[in-house]
Design a binder for this molecule. Sequence first.
Ligand SMILES: [Zn+2]
Length: 416
Amino acid sequence: MRVLCLAAALAAAVALVPSPASSQPAAMQWKEVFSPDGTITRVRVPVVVEPQVSAADVAISAVEPIQETGPSASRFDMVIVGDGYTVAEQGLLRQHATAKWNEIAASAPWDKHRGSINVWLVGVVSNQSGVDNDPSQGVSRDTALDMGFWCFNTERLLCLNESKAKAYAAQAPQVDAIVAVGNTTKYGGAGYPSLSTVSGGNAQSGQIAIHELGHSVGGLADEYWTPGTTFTGTEPREPNVTKNPSGSKWSSYLGRSTPDGGTIGAYQGGHQYANGIYRPSQDSLMRSLGKPYNLIGYDVMDRAISSKISSGGATCSGYASTRTGSLASGGSAYQPDASYFQSGAGAHRACLDGPNGTNFNLYLQKWNGSAWATVATAATSGPDETLAYTGTAGYYTYRIASDSGAGAYTLGYTSP
Ligand SMILES: [Zn+2]
């Protein structure tokens, strides 16, 4: 009942949007509207043409890792930007961004890849604290990304200037996904082609980002629908909806149990339509916030995230010497060949490629006449490391250690 009332209210609200002066009909788009109880609906709103903002147009901001697991070329890079945080509130932004990342990272399959994802926080500074129309309509604030509630007269729709958000995000070393957090405790968020917005200080709103990442990272379709509608288009390209009532699109999954409950089948309704279209499971994250992906969504996301993560083979190429070995969890080894090497003065470079999901670290040690002393450390929380050290002539050895996890590694190194 609540949903129907909301839809009626929105229809009335959208009708109030004025027509453009040119008398051309306004281009329209759908926006998703999220509710704290997990339901998702859509509203039809005009396309807003924003002045295009380029990277050169926005202030240079501090970019700090929330976690850094390895070189961006072989990592999934998530970028978090903030809006409505003043210079004095950058600590609060970090706190909000970290909380949102932790919530995303606790959900499957992000949890599995947590140790191979870089998370960058772009410290966007706003002139004023908070976002527009918060706590009530008519409140206006001067912020970097123009974030505000009551977007298109919809209270929980938290819009921003997408072009500005992308320009700030581009200051990170690499961008594979963007989440924009707003300085508010009021529930809300919105999805854009390149990013999602969420309330930074609201514990429930992280679920909105997790759903939107299903679209932007996995290319998944929604699995909810509007009552009374029938799908008449061609077979959708999205992997989790089909026109075929037998579910042959995901035939190898049929009958398997799924993390959101029940088994994979072909359930009528999805892709916004009630009839003429089928989804793989009863109630996945693409239908209701707070649920897990179904088995098909999980596998699609798993492959999409994995595709940005390489075990580092490419980054460990180009070294003069290579050694391989394996470590038990918590174990360590010395290279080359459980021994050491003699080196002239100059630059040492090394690269460690460990198994995904582990935390392997690399140390360069030098003989000081009576003991091995560590002279360089590469110890991110991920499986791969790179190290550089310039030193005097002497005897050196590489120590490879597992902080967590086990498996095979490759060490590449070049010595003077
Ligand atoms: Zn959606």
